[in-house]
Design a protein around this ligand. Sequence first.
Ligand code: NAD
Length: 542
Amino acid sequence: MAQDERRNGGRNDEIGGQDSIESRIWGLIVGENTNEVGLTMSANAAKPRVFKNFIAGKWTADGTKGHFDNISPADTRDVVGQFPSAGSEEVMEAVAAAKEEYARWRLVPAPKRAEIIRRAGDIMSARKEEIAQLMTREMGKIVVETRGDVQEGIDTAYYSAGEGRRLFGDTVPCELPNKFGMSVRMPVGVCGMITPWNFPMAIPTWKIFPALVCGNTVVFKPATDTPATAVMFVEVLLEAGVPEKAINLVCGGGSSVGNALVEHPDVPVISFTGSSDVGKRIASVGGQQLKRISLELGGKNAMIVMDDADLDLALEGAVWGAFGTTGQRCTATSRLIVHEKIADKFTQRVIDRVKKLRVGNGLKDGIEMGPCVSQGQRESVKQYVEIGKNEDKATLALGGNELTSGDHAHGWFFEPTIFTDVKPNMRIAQEEIFGPVLSVIRIKDFDEAINVLNGTIYGLSSSIYTRDVNAAFRAIRDIEAGITYVNGPTIGAEVQLPFGGVKATGNGHREASHTVLDTFTEWKSVYVDYSGKLQRAQIDIE
Ligand code: NAD
């Protein structure tokens, strides 16, 4: 079972056995054909919006595998909407349309394609609050963060639009006279985009904007926990002027829609962000057809706090890094590696601060941490807490329980949780938990800190707090990770720098920055011989 299926208890990914939508009492008051979203709950107007897939230029409501409900994790009485659950038939249709449009779109000059993407950024700016509110409802992170998620998409739009006038290749001298050499980027074709739920706008934009600017067309399969944000994104693209068949949205399960995309011979590129288990599967299935597969996978990120660090700064960084997005970021600070000289005092300060975190519905003012995304995800966090409690000598210093009463009664809330006395080889220090759980590990010096940080299969983000510039540069050199922060937490990437990780976090591709262009273009080397005679490279040398 794919991770999103597990986390939903199979709720969304494979359809069947669901409550009838009409049987729900609480719902969203919104017309079927409007974009207006609201949070008012009323027993009188309990009609959730019916959302549609966008395939071959048409919005289509029915999925061949039925439909699924998208339910707010902060309040399971709140049905965000009903979504079609597609299967391989819809994937075939979407790919055929995208392939047809590719023949036209690849010939539109890149600066013109980029103008459309810039307009998409403008539209997202105008709709930022609306998108952020909907995103918080459907996946739970606090609205301050969902605004940031949309902003990252806007930044990516403008950055990608700039690439429309760059897409740099090289011109180089040729070894033979009267001969010209250059390299150019060519689009690849239909790109299959498979995305997770934790950054439902930013991650799709990281993939789809640059792919379109490069002249590719797209079939987009979002996570089943966040299809509403995906629908809004496609609306934005269409309004901006992306040709109808260049963008196709196919909602549905990973093992049906996702797998059909990976297996389809007319999809030469798969850009996937999600768990390492699913990523490995995609690599092996797509690898059979020698596809280009970009994988952005899990992490077990660590922050080192040295004894010379600014501890006030490190405290804020640790709390934000570990409990921002309820710890459900691929870059979340999951391990806090603290120098023994300051460990007791600093850890106590972290515990005292985290105790005060206000947990609740992310749409409400003052809330600092939302729920887990689903029942399955909360269950997985709970299981890791049990594992931690049973591991030799780890101490559960804070939290460890589900929150199930009062304001938390109807959501998938979990207490911010801290384990101390954690040893580097324990499971809670090795495996991605993807929830609000922080493991504190003591070290005696810099070398041990780096060894512990590097001692997992992952290598996404990392951080060191120190005032020693030499230690900072040694850390930059020796840490095995795609991202290293000095005096900042493990989260907070900016779109103009490459994003991705080493080891089991990926397969060497990078999103964001200009580096993402390598996923969505093929290099072509061009030789123009204007000598009027046969000139043989490496042979006709004067
Ligand atoms: P997931 O792997 O369960 O699902 C990701 C996507 O893959 C979903 O759209 C899902 O439906 C689809 N999928 C599932 N099975 C599939 C299959 N057999 N074939 C094709 N597609 C399939 O991950 P998730 O729970 O949505 O997200 C959390 C994970 O994503 C964490 O491990 C996190 O670290 C990772 N993540 C990584 C990054 C990064 O950039 N490195 C960013 C965000 C999240």
